[in-house]
Design a protein around this ligand. Sequence first.
Ligand SMILES: CC(C)(COP(=O)(O)OP(=O)(O)OC[C@H]1O[C@@H](n2cnc3c(N)ncnc32)[C@H](O)[C@@H]1OP(=O)(O)O)[C@@H](O)C(=O)NCCC(=O)NCCS
Length: 219
Amino acid sequence: MSRKVAILGGIGNAAVIAAAIDHAHRLGATDLEVAGFLNDRTPVGEKIDLYPVIGTLSDTKRLLDEGYWFINAILRIDGNRERIAMFESLGIPDDRLATFVHPMAYVAPSVQLSPGCVVLPQVAMSPGSRLGRGTIMMVGATMGHDNLVGDFCHIAAQACVGSYLTIGKGVHVGLNATIRENLTIGDYATLGMGAVLTKNMGPNEIWAGNPAKFLRYAE
Ligand SMILES: CC(C)(COP(=O)(O)OP(=O)(O)OC[C@H]1O[C@@H](n2cnc3c(N)ncnc32)[C@H](O)[C@@H]1OP(=O)(O)O)[C@@H](O)C(=O)NCCC(=O)NCCS
């Protein structure tokens, strides 16, 4: 029997995740079945890619009562604190956050994925890392070993995350960015696309470039 999953979000991240879950479902590799999106901007009934908007965020409680599972794909790249607080305010219990690993990803057996984590195709994760709730590894991202990653981080496509890192909550690692081993990244920090990070980043800081430098604080 399938578990129906409602994905919070729409155009962009959520649609990418919906397609990956649907693909895995059609292969028989997951019991998750995409019900559609919860989205406050696109009218209910409209489709985003192949999947309908089935409600607004205020429908969460009803869908919880109806037995749905949830994935949070709402993201703001340059500072994610508000969006995460909004998600937390919905009160979805961890045992209804769906964890999804696409069958074309490699995740070492000792990697710990918390509820709500999403791992998309072509991701490779070496042993010993722990990902917090709702953290998402986008297509082709790679992660070294023994990392501690906080809740609701977003590791964008093709990012190359090193080893022995401590990454806070709500961190965005940009497209194709590279992170050296043994560093610390503070909560809600953003690393720009293509960056090469060689130093620690503080909370709410936005860094970019090669080598990456401080650009500004998240608003
Ligand atoms: C780092 C980032 C958040 C900065 O955004 P921003 O504050 O709007 O920055 P701006 O576009 O105003 O650029 C400010 C300056 O930084 C430079 N810059 C911005 N992003 C950069 C990057 N990734 N690498 C190098 N330089 C960058 C700009 O060229 C500009 O330089 P200038 O002042 O000399 O003209 C953004 O550019 C970025 O990289 N976002 C991540 C994209 C991503 O990962 N997408 C995944 C989607 S799921």
